[in-house]
Design a protein around this ligand. Structure first.
Ligand SMILES: [Zn+2]
Length: 386
């Protein structure tokens, strides 16, 4: 397995809006590393909602004192922190921003910033490569979803991706007033009204089909008050209907951020259920001696060979180990020198390294929270393609 070192000689990549985090971003990061095993990359995750302003300073001082012995590394650290702090001092947060993630290395002229609509935990890590695990986890948890809020004459359609509302469409039809006048009977009025509502919902359904057919909208939530949402569901074509995860009661005039965060909760809950189902699949395959691997060694090898269809990782699980960036060897335990090429190694969390390998080989990763089956199996496992 060969990793490419991407050196960014151009302007730093900073997007001034909230980032729509994609697997491709993480894949790019997973290919970056220091080929001489130097701890030259700083990864910073900041929760923009927490009030811990001293976090960066505190971690900076700790890491500085640890790196003091090594002139080259402490110089690099100092300069890299300068780049980071300059950025932090200059910019305010975007509307709806919950997290900020930065990867930087002065000697590699590398600088990446992601402003996220999703919350992250504060973290400052110095390592031989960008620390991508929390980002990979966000991509798994915050899948893009479609949201439709409607009643019998008004509709709002949203596509929410990476915690931000990326697309909005409003529709309204004055259905009641249209048929109010004249001397028609109550029954006829009701019939016409029903027809008009149906027509309106059909119209919304066509928009929804266009917008939500794209691959990245994997889940749909329908919200609204009264009967319209059920009528609407029944109109939808099967391939759209099958993406619905929930239909909820919600006032049409509910504030947008409350609506979106409610929908987000539902999507996260649904994702949790999917995780558990996948662990059951892993368990069943293992019991039948089928297409599955588990534990560090087997799983790590299968990931590197590109055999894994779905990698399952226990959320908080870490395994102490070492990496030789020169020959790309990773193993658990402690080793100062690489047994294969004699280079100085670097201490790592082996799970993070497996995640990096998985990203590089386009393997889908499922992060699983508090599952004793997966923990018993060593915190990692995989469903095999073949
Ligand atoms: Zn080596």
């Amino acid at each position: 397995m060969v990793r490419r070192l991407i050196i960014n000689t151009q302007k730093p990549l900073i997007k001034d809006m909230l980032t729509d985090l994609k697997n491709a971003d993480i894949k790019e990061l997973s290919e970056v590393y220091d080929s001489e095993n130097r701890d030259s990359f700083i990864s910073l995750y900041l929760n923009r909602e927490s009030r811990d302003n001293k976090f960066v300073g505190r971690r900076k001082n700790t890491c500085k004192s640890v790196l003091k012995e090594d002139k080259e590394l402490s110089d690099n650290f100092e300069k890299t922190m300068q780049m980071i702090e300059e950025y932090l001092n200059k910019r305010d947060r975007e509307k709806g921003q919950k997290g900020l993630v930065m990867f930087a290395s002065n000697i590699h002229n590398f600088f990446r910033v992601y402003k996220l609509g999703m919350p992250v935990e504060n973290l400052l890590i110095v390592d031989t490569s960008p620390y991508i695990r929390p980002l990979a986890r966000l991509v798994d948890e915050y899948e893009a979803f479609g949201l439709v809020l409607l009643d019998s004459q008004r509709a709002k359609i949203y596509v929410v991706s990476s915690g931000k509302v990326g697309y909005k469409k409003k529709k309204a039809k004055d259905i009641i007033n249209k048929h109010k006048k004249g001397g028609m009977s109550q029954a006829r009025f009701q019939r016409l009204r029903k027809g008009a509502i149906n027509h309106f919902l059909k119209d919304v359904s066509e928009d929804v089909e266009k917008l939500f057919s794209k691959d990245d909208v994997v889940k749909i939530i329908i919200a609204g008050s009264g009967n319209a949402k059920i009528m609407f569901k029944n109109i939808l074509p099967p391939h759209i209907k099958s993406k619905i995860v929930d239909i909820i009661d919600m006032d049409f005039d509910e504030a947008e951020d409350r609506l979106v965060s409610k929908a987000e909760e539902i999507v996260l809950e649904d994702e949790k259920e999917t995780s558990e189902k996948n662990v059951s699949r892993l368990r069943d395959e293992i019991l039948r001696n089928g297409l599955a691997v588990y534990g560090l060694k087997e799983t790590g090898e299968a990931v590197i060979n590109g055999q894994i269809e779905l990698l399952l990782v226990s959320k908080g699980y870490k395994i102490r180990g070492w990496i030789c960036e020169k020959c790309q060897t990773v193993d658990s335990g402690v080793k100062d020198k690489c047994p294969y090429c004699g280079s100085r190694t670097s201490g790592v969390d082996v799970i993070e390294e497996i995640i990096e390998f998985a990203e590089r080989t386009d393997t889908k990763i499922e992060f699983v929270g508090n599952n004793h089956i997966l923990d018993e199996l060593g915190g990692v496992g995989g469903l095999l393609r073949f």
